[in-house]
Design a binder for this molecule. Structure first.
Ligand SMILES: Cc1cc2nc3c(=O)[nH]c(=O)nc-3n(C[C@H](O)[C@H](O)[C@H](O)COP(=O)(O)OP(=O)(O)OC[C@H]3O[C@@H](n4cnc5c(N)ncnc54)[C@H](O)[C@@H]3O)c2cc1C
Length: 217
């Protein structure tokens, strides 16, 4: 897609992000991609758009299972393994049709499309962090169950921190953050209690609870 992208970035019906749903109402939308973003936008747009087609270069989608099932059961056309290979515009402003190509057979098809959404994922860029000597690959920094990296005093939390029981969800990122902070506290003060400080231990909350007549023991 790189040459194609350079040539047509001025098209206002080529979307790399979805800011609002309303512009897609009643339109024929093609979504290119196979991760969470692509799957979520298919599910959001099916009830709004005239028609949604999703093309993905692999047969398997990488999003959450429940949402993939919902997408496959929806009115969307799910075409795999296909790639978006050409966009056509008669007026130079909006897309009129596209070519998609089967990645194995090379067979091409043309589809009449008004809006294209490109969800090809993220480019990971660790910039200077790559030079720190951390145990890492292109996407992950490997941490212990206590969120310690291989470098003493450096901890990781969230999607880029990888360990055996990692949960790449918002709840997982919050849990990582609490664990990493607790580990940092114990790194700075090895005598500190293992138990993290909870809000019911906080003097301010105790005062507030007294005012509210709540008893917390
Ligand atoms: C499309 C999609 C749908 C999802 N749906 C769900 C869902 O329904 N439920 C769920 O629980 N999880 C979902 N997830 C997963 C969830 O979003 C992530 O697990 C969670 O956001 C991870 O949090 P994080 O803080 O580690 O990373 P992020 O939320 O990615 O935050 C990282 C932040 O760091 C910033 N950043 C990056 N590099 C730099 C830099 N060099 N300097 C400064 N800032 C930088 C980024 O801009 C970003 O704001 C979904 C993910 C995707 C992609």
């Amino acid at each position: 897609m790189s040459r194609l992208e350079e040539d047509i970035t001025w098209l206002n019906s080529l979307n790399y992000t979805v800011q609002e749903l309303e512009p897609f109402r009643g339109k024929r939308v093609l979504i290119s991609g196979g991760g969470n973003s692509a799957v979520d936008w298919v599910n959001e747009l099916v009830p709004i758009a005239a028609h949604v087609t999703v093309v993905h270069r692999r047969d398997n989608f990488g999003g959450h299972e429940k949402n993939i099932v919902r997408m496959k059961e929806s009115a969307a056309d799910v075409l795999t393994p296909y790639e978006l290979t050409q966009l056509y515009s008669g007026n130079g402003k909006t897309i009129e049709r596209v070519t998609i190509t089967h990645t194995e057979s090379g067979e091409s098809r043309e589809l009449e499309i008004d809006e294209v959404i490109v969800n090809h994922g993220l480019k990971s860029d660790f910039t200077g962090i790559k030079d720190w000597g951390l145990d890492m690959d292109d996407w992950n920094i490997f941490v212990s169950p206590r969120l310690e990296t291989n470098l003493p005093g450096i901890f990781g939390a969230g999607d880029f921190a990888n360990f055996e029981s990692k949960l790449n969800l918002i709840a997982g990122a919050f849990t990582d953050a609490a664990l990493a902070l607790n580990s940092t506290k114990r790194y700075l003060d090895p005598e500190a209690p293992r138990m993290a400080y909870v809000s019911s231990h906080n003097e301010r909350f105790k005062e507030r609870n007294k005012m509210l007549g709540v008893s917390v023991e």
